[in-house]
Design a protein. Structure first.
Lengths: 135, 535
């Protein structure tokens, strides 16, 4: 718990879906909890999000996905992070994600999954936890 | 007898109305029977647009459908038509909505996922095969690229021998709200607005039964707006389109009746029915007094209602059938022209045919078994409903005044002011859900921990992209490529000159130009929107 600086989070909205209310609401909750949040903007590719993570030196990447493309996107971002030597940056995923897919997402390397209707304090908790583990 | 309130429950509406435990004749004192309520079919249309309402014009039921290829979508549409569906509502995949062909790298994982993949006219022809476009009406939820999808629909109809004046088509074509929520924008707001008005102008001239703009203010509601904001923001957006058409020299009575609305309901059907009543009244008054409309059709607010997707729960999903029944009731009792319900499994993904059938049946049962539409405005005259209608009207009008005083809706959207209010509303709502101030039965209250309901969900077929790219390549090989080049050049010239974009779009579509090719040309003229940071 020795960190002095606030946790920096990149909130990514990968893919073509433009429903970003969830990303905004979670960003507001993370900010109210004292974190710094940077937003990727809509229609971002996985490559763009990873590039931003490198530039901004974030502690955690959050992804909001409602288009049902969470499995292929998870696979791709974890691969890309590995390629860039950023495997230590944890990825937390939220959005419309069936419970049955969570074990598979974890297997791919997603650190935490906060599906639709997860209370905001639990989301904040999940992000803090993975950030602390990163150290 | 003295009574005590049982708990600390909050009864007031989020747009500011204090709700009393009971309403009485006194609550009607300030409300004029003639000016505020009137009769169905008479100005200000509070009680509905037509004297006989659903006896003469039954509401339509949109079942939003589309997935994978044109052929897959066609099979689903026919399944629903065979079971009593009377109108089509076509869902497009995201690459189509954003002008990307199925072989574009950015389309990876998204082709045919949440709607049908349309690359060329061929896909539209496949989706609509065997469906008589002279007999059914169709909604296509397309915004940034409405001229292209409208042209594809027109071209398909013409191939069937159905002329433009027989086509009943709704294109959503409401680009301004895309900049606030939903995010399916391509071009910057100003050229987008011109593009929108091109469609209105063309339809006014060529497709009299079209609804070229359906202001989908319901998207704002389901993303954080309250009922008063839903009316106010939706109307201000509609007036921006209307004014842009008037600035082009069109007459208000040529344009107004071409603008329709799609609202979203929450579950309290008293509030929602009052919303449609208040909205009709405001629309009629402003169109008459401010815009000087003379044709009664211009004064009638044509509304679709439904939605409620943000009210659905992933937990115990069959409960969503009951939620959507309440959504439907609010729309029907409110006197809408059409209803579009979510399916019980849509908290997860796009629906299965079984879930869509239940949604269709919900509407059919309400209308045909229960007789919910037999009498016009059945809630009219209720102390509570009349009070709710008047209060909601006041709240919406005051929000509209605020926006107009601070420079108008386009500016408010460009500045991100509406986006901030809407995001704030969504954040507050989530906090209420977390604290159980807003109740979700089976999800945040009385939840059955550990019990999972086994529900069959729609499964995506990842081979679609390969199949779709093969089809696209085949079309490109077989079409007259010289003709395509010529059409794309004409499209560019029309975009640059400011001429109406529709005729050259229609020609390009007929030559089997792809969505990606046409969008690329338009981007080179209109530019691309750069999203400002709004939070």
């Amino acid at each position: 718990m020795g960190r002095n600086s606030p946790i920096r989070v990149l909130m990514g909205k990968p893919g073509l879906d433009g429903h970003d209310v969830g990303a905004k609401v979670v960003s507001m909750a993370l900010r109210d909890a004292g974190m710094e949040v940077i937003y990727s903007g809509l229609h971002s590719t996985v490559d763009e999000i990873v590039q931003m993570a490198v530039q901004e030196g974030v502690d955690v990447i959050g992804l909001s996905i409602l288009s049902n493309a969470h499995l292929p996107i998870a696979k791709r971002i974890i691969g890309k992070l590995k390629e860039k030597g950023l495997s230590d940056v944890p990825v937390v995923m939220g959005g419309v994600i069936p419970k049955g897919d969570i074990p598979l997402l974890k297997e791919y390397g997603i650190a935490e999954v906060c599906p639709f209707s997860t209370p905001l304090d639990k989301v904040v908790e999940a992000v803090s936890k993975v950030a602390q583990q990163k150290g | 007898m003295s009574e005590q309130k049982k708990d600390s429950k909050q009864y007031d509406f989020d747009w500011g109305m204090k709700v009393k435990p009971v309403y009485a004749p006194d609550d009607l004192k300030e409300i004029s029977q003639e000016k505020d309520i009137g009769n169905p079919g008479d100005y200000p249309f509070t009680r509905g647009n037509f004297p006989l309402m659903y006896r003469s014009r039954p509401p339509l039921n949109r079942v939003y459908s589309g997935f994978l290829s044109g052929e897959d979508t066609n099979a689903r549409l026919r399944y629903l038509f065979d079971r009593g569906m009377k109108t089509m509502s076509i869902a497009l995949d995201l690459p189509t909505q954003l002008g990307l062909d199925s072989d574009d790298p950015r389309a990876e994982d998204e082709v045919g996922r949440i709607g049908v993949a349309i690359d060329t006219l061929q896909d539209m022809e496949d989706a609509l095969k065997g469906i008589d476009l002279g007999k059914v009406s169709t909604n296509i939820t397309i915004n940034a690229l409405a001229p292209i999808l409208l042209s594809m629909y027109v071209a398909t109809a013409e191939k069937q021998g159905v002329s433009k004046d027989q086509i009943a088509i709704v294109t959503q074509n409401d680009i301004l709200k895309e900049f606030v929520v939903r995010g399916a924008w391509i071009f910057p707001p100003r050229p987008s607005l011109r593009y929108t008005v091109d469609v209105i102008e063309y339809c006014a001239r060529e497709i009299p039964k079209a609804s070229p703009v359906s202001v989908a203010t319901g998207h704002l509601r389901s993303s954080g707006a309250n009922a008063a904001q839903e009316i106010a923001w939706g109307f201000e957006i509609a007036f921006a389109y209307l004014q842009a058409a008037l600035d082009r020299g069109m007459d208000v009575d040529q344009v107004a009746s071409f603008i329709t609305f799609t609202f979203h309901n929450k579950l309290n059907f008293f509030e929602e029915a009052a919303k449609y009543r208040a909205a009709r009244k405001i629309w009629a008054r402003i169109l008459k007094e401010r815009f000087g409309a003379k044709n009664p059709r211009s004064l009638m607010l044509k509304s679709f209602g439904g939605g409620g997707m943000e009210e659905l729960t992933m937990q115990e999903p069959l409960n969503n059938i009951i939620r959507e029944t309440l959504v439907a009731l609010g729309a029907i009792l409110g006197g809408v022209q059409g209803v579009g319900l979510c399916c019980y499994d849509e908290a997860y993904t796009i629906p299965t045919p079984e879930a869509q059938l239940i949604s269709l049946r919900t509407f059919q049962i309400l209308m045909e078994e229960a007789g919910m539409g037999d009498v016009a405005d059945p809630l009219g005259g209720s102390y509570y409903i009349e009070q709710l209608t008047v209060e909601l009207e006041k709240a919406a009008v005051s929000l509209m005044d605020e926006i107009e005083k601070s420079g108008g809706i386009v500016k408010a959207i460009e500045d991100g002011a509406i986006q901030r209010l809407q995001a704030r509303g969504a954040y507050e709502r989530q906090k209420q859900i977390d604290s159980v101030e807003k109740v979700w039965i089976g999800a945040n209250k009385y939840a059955s921990e550990g019990e999972e309901w086994d529900v069959k969900l729609h499964q995506y077929d990842p081979t679609i992209q390969m199949r779709q790219v093969e089809k696209l390549n085949k079309v490109k090989k077989e079409r007259d490529n010289a003709r395509v080049e010529k059409c794309l050049k004409d499209l560019k010239e029309a975009a640059e000159s400011g001429a109406n974009i529709m005729p050259s779009t229609l020609e390009a579509v007929k030559a089997y130009a792809t969505i990606g090719e046409m969008t690329k040309v338009l981007k080179s003229v209109f530019g691309e929107f750069k999203q400002p940071s709004v939070f």
